[in-house]
Structure formats: structure tokens, C-alpha cells
Ligand binder design. Structure first.
Ligand SMILES: [Zn+2]
Length: 233
């Protein structure tokens, strides 16, 4: 019976090949979304184990962050870049959830999340979220939450003005166009909490900086940061 099932399975995968979203190779029967090779070969930064790591240093003198880490490196043609592209522009939400879950387990095992109270996804502008249908940081946060048990609060912080598509702008413009675009909408919830701010990719850090400067206006709020990837710094 299982032979017939395997045969049927092979037949279906001929018609509808299941491909790895990181490298494009065929997935094996027991693989889902990401092939085993990619899962192993995605380079980990290890920054969650390293204080004063490059992501933390990026924010020195800009905003008050307790600790910061990123799962992998956002290099051209890298597996993580392909995965995040498939998440954001092809709408494969499961990728965000799965990467969040994988990173969440790492953060939990290392004790990185021990003194944290909640996860705050970096908000997308509502109009952008309507077009995309979801906020990728939200999905990643759900994965981290499932692995760590930390609650996600997607409504305590919101985005208030449109910023032009950041990827099309120069590095200098990206530095300057995110001031004052976030607003705390639930200070009662945030008060006294240590939150994990979650984003997909950290490039200049200006988005995180802007969110953090808004969050710490609420009494007793401390901010740490986790992202799926960090661009070469
Ligand atoms: Zn692969």
C-alpha cells in the first residue's frame, strides 16, 4: 500500500514539482519549503551569542537597544535572500513562519529571550499591507512566538505615514525618510515591558531606530531586536 502511495506521490510531483524556495532544487518527500542542504548551509551569524556584535554596533549612538541579533546574512544571491523574496513578493507566508520558528528555537535555547516579555513586529504601512495581504514581520513573529512562547502584539505600535518604496531610494534617503512615522498606540500594554522588535531584513537600521525611539518614550520600555537577515555592514 505504501508502495502505491509513493508511486502516486512521485506521479503528483512530476505534475506539480515541489521546489526548494531557497535554491530551486526538487524537494524530497520529507522536505518542506526548504531542502535539507539549504537548511544546513544557510550561514548563521551567531550574533545572539555575541555582545557588541555588528548589529548592536549599528545602533550605537542612534537609539537605546538592549541587544540585537540576526539569523543570517543578506548577500546577493544568498539562500536567505531568495527565501525572503519568496515570502514578500510571492506571498509564500509559510516561509516566514518557518524561518521565524527555526530562529525562535535558537534564541530560546541560547537564553536570548529569557528576560523578554513580548514580540512587536515592525509595522507595515496599512496601504502596503492591504496590497501585499500581510505583514511579513508579523508572520515571522508568529513563528518566533510558537518556538518561544512569547506573545505577539501587532497593534501596540503602528505606522502613520507613507514612505516611498525604500528599496528604490538612495542610502542617504533611506536614512532620512523614516523619522516620526511610527506611533505607540497602546502605551498601557507596553509600559515596563522588554520587547523584541522583529523585522525581516536590517539594512541601514533606520526603521528599527525609528521604532525604538518611539517605543522607549513609554515608561520603562526596553527594546531588543531580532531580524531574519542583516545586509553587509
Ligand atoms: Zn535548497
Amino acid at each position: 500500500m505504501s508502495y502505491l502511495y509513493d508511486l502516486w506521490d512521485d506521479f503528483i510531483s512530476l505534475l506539480f514539482p515541489r521546489l526548494c524556495y531557497a535554491c530551486g532544487n526538487h524537494l524530497g518527500r520529507n522536505e518542506n519549503l526548504i531542502c535539507t542542504e539549504c537548511y544546513i548551509l544557510i550561514p548563521r551569524t551567531g550574533y545572539h551569542l555575541q555582545s557588541d556584535n555588528p548589529v548592536e554596533k549599528l545602533f550605537w549612538g542612534r537609539c537605546r537597544i538592549e541587544k540585537a541579533a540576526a539569523f543570517s546574512f543578506y548577500n546577493r544571491g544568498s539562500r536567505i535572500r531568495n527565501l525572503i523574496h519568496n515570502l514578500k513578493y510571492k506571498g509564500i507566508r509559510d516561509i516566514g513562519y518557518e524561518l521565524g520558528r527555526i530562529y525562535g528555537l535558537t534564541l530560546k535555547d541560547s537564553g536570548f529571550i529569557n528576560d523578554l516579555d513580548a514580540i512587536i513586529p515592525v509595522p507595515l504601512h496599512p496601504s502596503k499591507e492591504r496590497v501585499r495581504g500581510f505583514n511579513q514581520s508579523d508572520i515571522i513573529s508568529q513563528g518566533i512566538s510558537d518556538a518561544t512562547g512569547l506573545p505577539v502584539n501587532s497593534s501596540a505600535l503602528s505606522r502613520i505615514t507613507v514612505s516611498a518604496t525604500q528599496t528604490k531610494k538612495s542610502r542617504y534617503d533611506r536614512w532620512t525618510n523614516v523619522e516620526g512615522i511610527f506611533s505607540v498606540t497602546d502605551p498601557g500594554y507596553l509600559k515596563g515591558k522588554h520587547v523584541l522588535l522583529v523585522d525581516d531584513v536590517i539594512t541601514t537600521g533606520s526603521t528599527i531606530e525609528s521604532c525604538t525611539n518611539e517605543l522607549v518614550k513609554t515608561e520603562g520600555v526596553r527594546v531588543s531586536v531580532a531580524a531574519l537577515a542583516v545586509a553587509p555592514l
